[in-house]
Design a binder for this molecule. Structure first.
Ligand code: AMP
Length: 187
């Protein structure tokens, strides 16, 4: 299965992606995790990406393509993969489609959208700010990340709907309940 997870920040992509990856026995790639690791390690990539991330903006597309292509070219991704946080805009989705073709991989199977209302998202991100201390989970930045999601990432729902790949799942409930809904649409 080749799956992309879509949803606002805090919609549960990381949590559900991790469980789904273990369940299906395929790797998961989170571009956000990879970028945070690059920032922590102080690499060139991290230095370029850090300020955009701290401001709640998307990093330039070119910075994430290398991360994704490198991971998808690994042998274990050949059986399938889950992408969490990529693509984030239509340009990235188009590049992903052509990247898979270039790597001789079959196209994506499903785009799973975890739907959570804005108010619940804001509540969750505030809680995460306290629990995890993520720099981009501060009030102003949270607001901006939601705007960026609505403007740049939300249009991807139409992109995948047009390809007949979109499945929307209600992202509210227990982790287990949501997981069952996700499993149903990827079965
Ligand atoms: P996330 O953990 O997915 O919420 O990502 C945290 C931050 O990393 C985002 O707010 C962006 O600054 C950056 N980021 C993650 N994935 C991407 C992507 N595919 N394109 C651009 N920026 C990204």
């Amino acid at each position: 299965m080749r799956i992309v997870l879509l949803g606002a920040p805090g919609s549960g992509k990381g949590t559900q992606g991790k469980i789904l990856a273990a369940h299906l026995g395929i790797p998961k790639l989170s571009t956000g995790d990879a970028l945070r690791a690059a920032v922590a390690a102080g690499t060139e990539l991290g230095k370029k990406a850090g300020p955009c991330m701290a401001a709640g903006k998307l990093v330039p597309d070119e910075l994430v393509y290398g991360i994704v292509e490198e991971r998808l070219a690994q042998p274990d991704a050949h059986r399938g993969f889950i992408l969490d946080g990529f693509p984030r805009n239509v340009a990235q989705a188009q590049v992903l489609d052509s990247m898979l073709a270039r790597l001789n991989e079959t196209p994506l199977d499903r785009a799973v959208h975890l739907h959570v209302e804005d108010e619940e998202i804001i509540k969750r991100l505030h809680e995460r700010a306290v629990q995890e201390g993520r720099h981009d989970d501060q009030p102003d930045v949270i607001r901006h990340r939601i705007e960026v999601y609505n403007e740049e990432t939300h249009p991807l729902l139409d992109y995948y709907e047009a390809q007949g790949k979109l499945a929307t799942v209600e992202g509210v409930g227990t982790v287990e309940e949501i997981m069952q809904r996700v499993l149903k649409v990827v079965a």
